[in-house]
Design a protein around this ligand. Structure first.
Ligand SMILES: [Zn+2]
Length: 302
């Protein structure tokens, strides 16, 4: 490639945020706030994921090009563990795993694959202009990301910041039908008391649409308390500018009440370092656009 390593204002990224149940995708320039132009159901199996991504990415690249855009790179966020080479190693709440999506998609463009919550954490840090931030993504499972000096903390294997598998405080209350067994194979993780999967299994389909009796409300509050505790631990360990918790659950007052009851942060006198946002696409697109920009830059430097 001969073009300059400085990216022009007209260049565009195609970004796809794959959730455990829903996939959002769009394209936009580096400085644009692109909208989700597609919302699709996430396929259940790895081959379905690869086939679905291939057509989504292919179609968006075409769409962008026919709109006169110069597409420079693609970035995909996935709900699972992504190693330093960009391979999706495992995705506990789906049957995805052991796949190099960059290779499989074989697009004729630089492509980057990142853990969905890490990409969102990066985007959130850029939008809030908080160079140091802890991010908790409540969904089917619980994802997370830690940003330090504007960069995602990756760890030795690329798996740092998996908040959902921090241990929840030991509770004397009865656990779920699985006796606290988590999808990661251990017991007592935060996901076993606060994930979307757990609440769905305990309270039933569309539980958030109905009035909850006190015993069920207690389950949601306990989930909030567990997340508030985890957020406190993150704050103590990382000294971030804010802890951001995202997902539909943050629209539930009883959940947020539980979370705020247990969240505390020593030494730092700020009003409200625990922030909540119901929707994640804005963070995902910002983070993934930046990740795509870096992939384009890296390929220019080769
Ligand atoms: Zn776990």
């Amino acid at each position: 490639m001969t073009r300059s390593s400085r990216l022009s204002e007209t260049e565009t990224a195609v970004v796809v945020d794959v959730g455990a149940t829903r996939t959002e995708a769009g394209y936009g320039g580096w400085h644009e706030r692109n909208q989700a132009v597609r919302v699709e159901e996430t396929p259940m199996k790895t081959d379905g994921l690869v086939a679905g991504l291939r057509s989504t990415v292919g179609e968006l690249v075409e769409e962008a090009r026919s709109a006169g855009r110069d597409v420079s790179a693609v970035a995909v966020g996935v709900p699972g563990l992504v190693d330093h080479e960009g391979r999706l190693v495992e995705a506990p709440h789906t049957s995805f795993g052991g796949v190099d999506l960059g290779d499989e998609l074989a697009v004729d463009l630089p492509i980057a694959v990142e853990n969905d919550a890490n990409a969102q954490a990066l985007g959130c840090s850029r939008i809030l202009e908080h160079a140091s931030l802890c991010y908790v993504a409540l969904g089917t499972g619980i994802g997370g990301g830690i940003v330090e000096s504007g960069e995602v903390v990756r760890g030795a294997n690329g798996f740092a910041g998996e908040v959902g598998h921090m241990r929840a405080p030991v509770s004397t209350e009865p656990q779920d039908a699985h006796d606290g067994l988590c999808e990661c194979g251990r017991r007592g993780c935060l996901e076993t008391v606060a994930s979307g999967d757990y609440l769905l299994e305990t309270l039933g389909d569309r539980w958030w649409k109905r009035e909850l009796p006190p015993d069920e409300e207690r389950v949601v509050k306990r989930a909030g308390e567990a997340v508030g505790n985890a957020a406190s631990q993150l704050a103590v360990l990382n000294d971030p500018e804010s802890v951001v918790v995202t997902g539909k659950l943050t629209a539930k007052d009883v959940f947020v009440a539980g979370m705020r009851e247990t969240y505390s942060r020593p030494w730092v006198d700020t009003d409200c370092p625990l922030k909540t946002h119901e929707h994640t696409w804005r963070f995902a697109r910002e983070g993934l656009t930046e990740i795509a920009r870096r992939a384009a830059e890296k390929s220019d430097c080769r």
